[in-house]
Design a protein around this ligand. Structure first.
Ligand code: SAH
Length: 240
């Protein structure tokens, strides 16, 4: 029996795009609906309100930043492995940290720990320029390819030790650190503008997310949330 109704329309559409085109389009829609659900149930439900952050999370295709065998888990409420012993952060943590930065359209942001590039894309959706440093060459290269493929043109990448910041482009309106040092690196604080904000996990066994604001007189530091990040590698460990 010939297919009719919606099925025929689906097959026809698929035929127009070559074999599998319809299935691909359906999969894309499925990822989009999972993404919108993720934002409602994991992000809005937990209190993130910044519209710039919410629309960035609704837009960035997180499934393209995780290994292909984990794609169906891309919108789950958890971090995922991305290779080289590293992880892509849980979506809520990405949203929460981005909101902490109180970003504006004209901001220039430094990110330490590019990883998969997912957080980088979220930042690049919101601000003018993102400078992203990653110490592992293969991760940096892969993230760069993903983000170039998606058409982002406002990101500058570097492979190196982000503990030292990026003095050539300092000062920054905001700094986001995606790996945890034992103490806040002074180079990062010194590369914040007055009024600049930083979100950084601090500690080893027990970590806390800290929001730093540079004021005219110094730095305000607030501990906000218990978190678990991979360690920020630096000094002798970095050279090993
Ligand atoms: N935000 C990332 C999460 C990356 S995990 C994402 O969305 O995928 C933290 C990353 O920090 C890892 O890729 C790790 O290699 C990197 N890293 C650790 N120490 C670093 C350092 N000193 N300088 C730059 N990157 C570092």
């Amino acid at each position: 029996m010939a297919p009719f109704g919606p099925l025929r329309r689906l097959l026809k559409r698929g035929g127009g795009r070559g074999r599998g085109g319809g299935a691909e389009a359906a999969l894309k829609l499925d990822f989009e609906s999972r993404r919108l659900r993720m934002v409602e149930t994991q992000i809005v439900a937990r209190g993130v309100r910044d519209e710039n952050v919410l629309s960035a999370l609704r837009k960035v295709p997180r499934h393209l930043f995780v290994p292909s065998d984990l794609r169906t888990h891309a919108y789950d409420d958890e971090p995922l492995p991305i290779g080289e012993g590293q992880t892509i952060s849980q979506p809520y943590i990405v949203a929460y940290m981005t909101e902490l930065l109180s970003l504006g359209r004209d901001d220039k942001v430094l990110e330490v720990g590019t990883g998969s590039g997912y957080q980088t894309a979220v930042l690049a959706e919101i601000v003018r320029e993102v400078y992203s440093v990653e110490m592992i060459e293969t991760l940096s290269r892969r993230a760069r390819a993903t983000l170039d493929g998606l058409g982002y043109r406002n990101i500058v990448f570097r492979t190196g030790d982000g503990t030292l910041g990026w003095s050539e482009h300092a000062p920054f309106d905001a700094i986001l650190v995606a790996a945890a040092p034992d103490e806040i690196p002074s180079a990062l604080e010194s590369q914040l503008k007055v009024g600049g904000r930083m979100a950084i996990p601090v500690g080893s066994a027990c970590q806390e997310l800290v929001r730093v604001v540079r004021t005219k007189r110094g730095f305000e530091r607030n501990r906000l949330l218990s978190v678990r990040f991979v360690p920020l590698i630096s000094g002798p460990e970095w050279r090993r």
